[in-house]
Design a protein around this ligand. Structure first.
Ligand code: SF4
Length: 230
């Protein structure tokens, strides 16, 4: 069995405690209009072409054993800093069998594990992966079902079922809201997100104006540009 990544980034500092390696798994069932990793959407191998003509291969296939070995190269630094590995994407929960095979290999090496997820996964999948991890960054992209369908292309109830379970799971977690101008960044939106989170931590992340930079490299247009009112 193999899993597919589009990047393994070492020494990341914003994806959990301490020094971390972030594993970006390829493929996502959602299509958020503001997604800044378009090369993580498709499950297929792709190539990005830079403006200078240089080509970047997006897609690397790993056995769980090979990836565990690669990640363990920094195990000492991770341990000393209280860091570890963070699964991101794409949507990491879209490759659950691979994660379920990889997680025990990393745990056996004493590596702490976190995930950044949209929560857009079948409930049994969500529970079985998340309950094996040390920390969860759970995205809250929208609080309104119609808006979630429009902006992210999915059914909000799938996420909410997982969010409700997470809140009482005992797994350490924080909610993250990507604040998108005119989409989910009003005061009423903030109140709605806080109400979903209850007493749990919510981080409101500022919109990155460079979010669409990689689309031209894949020959695509940044969807948010045409969807936002001018
Ligand atoms: S869930 Fe994440 S990876 Fe998937 S489309 Fe949305 S922002 Fe992009």
């Amino acid at each position: 069995m193999k899993g597919r990544t589009f990047e393994v980034r070492e020494f990341t500092l914003h994806d959990g405690p301490g020094v971390r390696t972030t594993v970006f798994l390829k493929g996502c069932p959602l299509r958020c209009a503001w997604c800044q990793n378009p090369e993580g959407l498709s499950f297929e191998h792709e190539t990005m072409t830079r403006s200078d003509g240089g080509r970047i291969a997006c897609g690397c296939d790993w056995t769980p054993e090979d990836l565990a070995e690669e990640l363990a190269r920094n195990a000492d630094i991770m341990e000393q800093s209280g860091g570890g590995v963070t699964f991101s994407g794409g949507e990491p929960l879209a490759q659950p069998d691979f994660l379920l095979a990889l997680i025990p290999l990393l745990k056996a090496k004493g590596i702490g594990l976190a995930i950044e997820t949209s929560g857009y996964a079948p409930h049994e999948t969500y529970k079985s992966v998340v309950s094996r991890l040390d920390f969860v960054y759970q995205d809250l992209k929208h609080h309104d079902a119609e808006a979630f369908r429009k902006w992210c292309g999915g059914d909000l109830s799938v996420v909410m079922r997982n969010v409700e379970w997470l809140k009482s799971s005992g797994v350490e977690h924080a909610f993250r809201v990507p604040c998108i101008p005119g989409v989910n960044d009003g005061e009423a939106d903030r109140r709605a997100f806080r109400s979903i989170a209850g007493d749990d931590r919510v981080e409101f992340l500022p919109y990155n104006p460079a979010a669409g930079a990689k689309y031209p490299m894949l020959g695509r247009e940044f969807p948010l540009r045409s969807l936002l009112p001018s």
